[in-house]
Design a protein around this ligand. Structure first.
Ligand code: BTN
Length: 262
């Protein structure tokens, strides 16, 4: 394995400079899910912030019950624990994280993926990143966030059923997983320390993959179709239905249509 690709607690720590130099880092060669490990940690320890990283996951979890394919050595599987003053604005954590990943990729690779509302990043119409944020309200912290980020960093075999979905970041010998992890951690901690500040939404809006697209989604088990108009200041998806009525989706999953609705 390319030594630039190796991950360890120390190799990550050496890239965390300044105010991040005391950030606790937990590294796992293999674990079920860094989000699950993070939640266990929060349940027993008082922690303002910590970073958990794995080289592979056996049960990587995604939103709405999806799994996250997490093979050894080719992806980034990280969870950032953060305990804010209040969880009131925590609804922005996932969308803030999407912008942080986008900005980190822009800075290190000079390319701009798109954000598929609400928690995915896409490059060339393939998913390269998913984000799962979970809140823990019990235990010594009484209100912490776990922001889990999974990135398909370098090309690896993909199960047949994911072949049309999964994409990868381009291969760049000068960009390592640890450098991308450190950049995302630094950007994301700043955003989480300022949960009230939603100026990030401008960037999220600019990068929105769904704006102008026709989508489907389920509302109370009923399949709806709509056209995406915008992202609002609270990161909701503003849509227009075929009958002309408008609405704002706050959570859930939406699907793109390959062909425009007529
Ligand atoms: C999604 O695609 O819906 C979100 C995927 C989130 C995957 C990351 S990988 C690190 C962390 N641990 C998990 O089990 N999930 C998140």
């Amino acid at each position: 394995m390319n030594s630039n690709n190796t991950l360890s607690e120390n190799s990550i720590k050496t890239l965390l400079a300044g105010r991040l130099k005391d950030l606790p880092v937990y590294f796992y060669e293999e674990t079920d899910s860094t989000n699950t490990r993070a939640k266990e940690l929060i349940a027993k320890e008082s922690l303002k912030a910590a970073l958990l990283v794995a080289n592979s996951q056996t049960n990587g979890r995604g939103r709405v019950g999806h799994s996250f394919h997490s093979p050894m050595g080719t992806g980034i599987y990280m969870s950032l624990i953060f305990t804010p003053e209040s969880l009131e604005k925590a609804t922005h954590a996932t969308t803030k994280a999407a912008v942080c990943v986008l900005e980190a990729v822009e800075e290190l690779y000079g390319i701009s993926p798109q954000i598929k509302w609400v928690n995915d990043l896409y490059l060339n119409e393939r998913k390269i990143c998913g984000i799962l944020t979970e809140a823990v309200t019990t235990g010594p912290n009484k209100g912490s966030l776990v922001v889990g980020i999974g990135i398909n960093f370098s090309e690896s075999p993909v199960p047949e059923d994911l072949k049309d979905i999964i994409g990868f970041l381009p291969s760049r010998p000068d960009v390592s997983r640890k450098a991308l992890i450190a950049k995302i951690t630094s950007l994301l901690l700043s955003e989480l320390e300022n949960l009230e500040d939603n100026s990030y939404i401008k960037k999220y809006r600019q990068a929105s993959m769904l704006t102008g697209k026709d989508i489907t989604y389920f509302e109370n088990d009923i399949l709806k179709t709509a056209t995406v108009l915008d992202i609002d200041d609270e990161a909701g998806l503003v849509v227009k239905h075929p009958d002309g009525s408008t609405g704002t989706l706050r959570n859930g999953e939406v699907f793109t249509l390959r062909k425009a609705l007529t």
